[in-house]
Design a protein around this ligand. Structure first.
Ligand SMILES: Nc1ncnc2c1ncn2[C@@H]1O[C@H](COP(=O)(O)OP(=O)(O)OP(=O)(O)O)[C@@H](O)[C@H]1O
Ligand SMILES: [Mg+2]
Ligand SMILES: [Zn+2]
Length: 529
């Protein structure tokens, strides 16, 4: 293909009429109806994420207004008005990019002085102001005066990705249209359509991957396709797309997802090793895993569309509840990864704590209750088999969820606060009330400043919302880190609202056995209503 023949796909496939707009049915329907019934407003405000058709629609609207055979919902695309607008060369349709004309003087020059003049040839003088949020306050004021009393032949179309930055005075005088990020399915269809017209040989799965990577932007989707076409010399395969954009190999994601749902830390370790060996970024891994699980999650809720069959099959046994829990965990891990300095640690903590908190705690509670029954009935009986999970989880994620996990998670991010917490007295209640005692005012202040972070870390470690009380006090207060009460309110566990009450301290003969089961120091707790 020669350079001249190669037109950038995004420009070549810019929609020329409302019918061609993808994924904005509300916008195009309303505009077409208004045009059909001759209701022309003097100012429009198009808002929405980048690359979803705002500028494109502004030009279509300008054509519809100025078409020699219009105003009509369907511009003819043949008259000189239509042709010039499509090429951005019409004297009556002025496009300005506010990002480069932010001063009040430019608005004066370009708008205020031209609005008074009649259109050169067409019906309307249309001002398309792109990136309108970039206008200065003074520029907005100047614009406001014109919008308040516009000459009858003037139409303003403001477009912006940041609607909240447009002053309410201006916005309230505009008719507002909200553009939406385009869903992966229509995006993929659009790409398939372009590929057919361009005779690009594409794997449909590759298109889905591209559509997902575009995150709602049609411009991004189309230029990704363009990029893949040049790299693959006209052929676009799933593997080539994965390689080009650093997507994580599918079997790695599937493997990790299955290990998570099967609560199999050994398998998870194997997959994590692969992740590191292949140089996959922890953030990319978490994001791709989240995207894959999300699509299965939606399918389980009956709201999904187009889950890859391999995923449906592999996660057939998973419940929406379990997947929802995992998704929240992955979200948190990504958040921690963003704020922490060790992506690897965030990845490991996130995944392993998901395994533990998700599935083991109710099991632990059942064990505890069984033990309690056994103890109160006086029978020693054989020791319960030790829970396999925690011992099999490798460091540093081996700490049981709760206080120790909290301290190490904080220490990984807040270098000064971690060691301080290790020495703090703490009272960790199963209902989510945590009290931390600081010996020094200075440390207490530091903790207060980091409260939001601490609460998040505590919630993470406990698997539930946590209310933190940070107080000044002696560090020697006995801490109840023995039966770590990070007990989520889950079916099978203790009923919600159950209170746990200390009834005895110090190991008796039965408790010795308990210590063997759980590995640690034991203290009897009893439920009280
Ligand atoms: N709704 C859509 N339907 C079909 N193609 C679209 C759509 N939106 C965007 N495109 C494609 O993306 C390109 C850029 O679109 P456009 O300039 O209209 O986006 P925008 O919303 O104005 O983005 P920005 O906020 O970045 O200015 C178009 O040339 C077209 O190829
Ligand atoms: Mg634009
Ligand atoms: Zn026309």
């Amino acid at each position: 293909m020669t350079k001249a023949a190669h037109r950038v796909l995004a420009r070549k496939y810019r929609p020329q009429g409302f019918e061609e707009l993808v994924g904005q049915p509300g916008v195009s329907r309303t505009l077409k109806n208004a045009l059909a019934s001759g209701r022309v407003h003097h100012a429009y405000l198009f808002t929405g994420p980048r690359g979803c058709g705002k500028t494109t629609t502004a030009r279509i609207l300008a054509k519809a207004l100025n078409c020699a055979k219009g105003p009509a919902p369907q511009p003819c695309d043949e008259c000189s008005s239509c042709r010039e607008i499509a090429l951005s060369s019409s004297l009556d349709v002025l496009e300005m990019d506010a990002a480069s004309h932010t001063g009040v003087d430019n608005v004066r020059e370009v708008i205020i002085e031209t609005v008074a003049l009649a259109p050169t040839r067409d019906r309307y003088k249309v001002f398309i102001i792109d990136e309108a949020h970039m206008l200065s306050g003074a520029a907005f004021n100047a614009l406001l005066k014109t919008i308040e009393e516009p000459p009858p032949h003037v139409v303003f179309i403001l477009a912006t990705t940041e609607a909240h930055k447009v002053p309410a005075t201006v916005a309230s005088r505009c008719q507002r249209y909200k553009f939406r990020p385009v869903a992966p399915e229509p995006l993929a269809e659009h790409l398939a359509d372009i590929a057919r017209k361009e005779k690009i040989d594409v794997d449909p799965q590759a298109l889905h991957l591209l559509a997902r990577a575009a995150e709602g932007s049609l411009r991004d989707a189309v230029s990704l396709l363009d990029q893949c076409r040049s790299i693959g010399e006209g052929k676009v395969t799933l593997e080539s797309v994965r390689e080009t954009f650093g997507f994580v190999p599918q079997e790695m994601l599937l493997g990790a997802a299955q290990a998570l749902l099967a609560r199999d830390p050994k398998a998870l370790v194997v997959w994590l090793k692969k992740v590191y060996e292949e140089g996959v970024e922890p953030a990319q891994f978490l994001k791709d895993l989240r995207a894959a699980l999300e699509s299965v999650y939606l399918e389980k809720l009956g709201a999904g569309s187009g889950v890859e069959p391999a995923w449906s099959r592999a996660l057939a046994g998973a419940t929406a509840e379990g997947l929802g829990f995992l998704l929240r965990r992955l979200n948190r891990a990504l958040e921690e990864l963003r704020f922490g300095d060790s992506p690897r640690l965030a990845l490991e903590l996130g995944l392993f704590s998901a395994i533990e908190a998700a599935h083991d705690l109710p099991d632990w509670v059942r064990r505890l209750e069984a033990l309690e029954r056994r103890l109160s009935s006086g029978g020693g009986g054989p020791a319960l088999a030790p829970a396999p999970m925690p011992s099999a989880v490798p460091a540093p994620a081996s700490a049981p969820p709760g206080w120790p996990a909290f301290v190490s998670a904080v220490g990984a991010v807040k270098i000064a606060l971690g060691p301080v917490l290790e020495k703090c007295g703490h009272d960790v209640r199963p209902e989510g009330d945590w009290t931390i005692r600081f010996a020094k005012q200075f440390d207490l202040d530091a903790a207060e400043r980091a409260r939001e972070f601490l609460e998040k870390a505590a919630a993470d470690a406990a698997g539930r919302a946590v209310r933190l009380s940070l107080i000044l006090g002696a560090p020697a207060v006995p801490s109840n880190d023995i039966v770590d009460p990070a007990i989520p309110e889950t079916p099978g566990g203790a009923p919600p609202g159950t209170r746990w009450k200390d009834v005895a301290e110090g190991p008796g003969p039965g408790l010795k056995k308990a210590e063997g089961v759980f590995g640690g120091k034991a203290r009897i707790v009893k439920k009280s209503p």
